[in-house]
Design a binder for this molecule. Structure first.
Ligand code: APR
Ligand code: PHB
Length: 389
């Protein structure tokens, strides 16, 4: 079999890239290790930058998003039992949309199916070959048989634990990493949210986040130990801990109910450079991780897919290598700014056990600055709604 592009991974990065390439008439196949149902069962974040929404609209995949997504024009920072509203629209003229990543994934998968573009699910032992030359190959096993695809380009969109980045010699990559000494325990429940906007709350017991998927479905998180076991948390324990960390009004407004999902996620910042090795390109979590505090993971994956699709269009349609030569630089310039923002939000809002008294005062001073300076709030808003592509 021969294809122009083999995409590894059917998360937001791979699906978005596949859709953009398909629109440009570039033939591609997605190889995904898991089943469709497994991928759609993963609960991930839920805040879309307006650039991500624009990308989905331009692809004609935003029908459900436009009908069901919730436009949010602000969110709150909680600290010292106070709440400070960050007006997103006042500072930027833009807003974000609350719509689950799982739903974005479903919409992209459905559109791909309808367009007749191929995805191979449950592709095992995916292996990359010869990407340092003009005719790379990808092999995989499916239904007990080994398959081989010869292609022009491989896109590694297979997440942090994928095979693409692992296929590179260590000497080809420079990596940058910060592992945070805590995790987030998340709960999804069919209860109305405690506030119509998100609340990111700093508290001496640890950070808490009040988010939502719809007017009747809430997503809440509390900072926990990195090795915390979700099973150790009864629903009651979770609700009690959440309420302790919120201001009295928010705490009183929390409606509790049985959890429908409960899981612990680690927090990490990570970047691998560069994003191109011959005919292999990395995009999304395969190349970088942000802690979820800035809600940037999915949006960064969309940005990478946009840059890479543009570069590949130049390569296949205009026969120019200028775009692919510049992909890594262009994407990394935006990635590092989102890394900075996510690290800053994480540092501001979490409880760190070993902060010096000076560092604690720095957290307080950041809040005081945000409280007193419309320009500081506008800078936060500008990053939160998403920097331009
Ligand atoms: N072979 C084939 N597929 C693989 C392999 C492999 N060896 N390893 C991983 N995959 C698949 C995973 O099963 C997953 O479906 O690659 C996909 C990667 O998807 P994501 O992890 O969602 O990564 P990405 O598309 O870059 O999206 C980034 O997703 O992880 C969240 O918070 C993150 O919001 C961010 C977004
Ligand atoms: C979520 O709704 O899951 C969510 C929202 C905002 C974040 C992280 C996660 O910053």
């Amino acid at each position: 079999m021969r294809r122009q592009v083999v995409i590894i991974g059917s998360g937001p990065a791979g699906l978005m890239l596949g859709a953009l390439l398909g629109r440009a008439g570039i033939d591609n196949v997605i190889l995904e290790r898991k089943s469709r149902d497994y991928v759609l069962g993963r609960i991930r974040a839920g805040v879309l930058e307006d650039g991500t929404v624009g990308l989905l609209r331009s692809l004609g995949i935003a029908g459900r998003l436009d009908a069901e997504g919730l436009p949010h024009h602000g969110f709150a920072l909680g600290f010292a039992h106070r709440r400070l509203r960050i007006d997103l629209t006042e500072g930027t003229g833009r807003h974000v949309t609350v719509y689950g990543q799982t739903e974005v994934t479903r919409d992209l998968m459905d559109a791909r199916l309808a367009a007749g573009m191929e995805t191979v699910y449950e592709a095992e032992d995916v292996a990359l070959h010869d990407f340092d030359g003009p005719s790379p190959r990808v092999t995989y096993a499916k239904d007990g048989r080994t398959h081989e695809i010869v292609c022009d380009v491989i896109a590694g969109c297979d997440g942090f634990h994928g095979v693409a980045r692992e296929s590179l010699p260590a000497s080809a990559l420079t990596t940058f990493e910060r592992v945070y000494p805590f995790g987030w325990l998340g709960v999804l429940a069919n209860v109305p949210p405690c506030s119509h906007e998100l609340i990111y709350a700093a508290h001496e017991r640890g950070f808490a986040l009040c988010s939502m998927r719809s007017p009747t479905r809430s997503r809440y998180y509390v900072q926990c130990a990195a090795d915390e076991k979700a099973e150790a948390w009864s629903d009651q324990r979770f609700w009690d801990e959440l309420r302790r960390r919120l201001d009295p009004e928010a705490a009183a407004a929390v409606v509790t109910g049985p959890s429908i999902e409960k899981s612990v996620a680690p927090l990490r910042s990570f970047v691998a450079e560069p994003l191109r090795f011959g005919r292999l390109f990395l995009a999304g979590d395969a190349a970088h991780i942000v802690p979820p505090t800035g809600a940037k993971g999915l949006n960064l994956a969309a940005g990478d897919a946009f840059y890479l699709a543009e570069a590949l269009e130049e390569f296949f349609v205009e026969r120019s290598e200028a775009g692919i030569d510049d992909y890594s630089r262009r994407a990394l310039a935006r990635i590092w700014k989102a890394e900075r923002f996510s690290w800053w939000m994480t540092s501001l809002l979490h409880r760190f056990d070993h902060l010096t008294p000076f560092e604690r005062r720095m957290q307080d001073a950041e809040f005081a600055l945000l409280e007193s300076s419309a320009l500081a709030r506008a800078a936060l808003a500008e990053n939160y709604v998403g920097l331009p592509y």
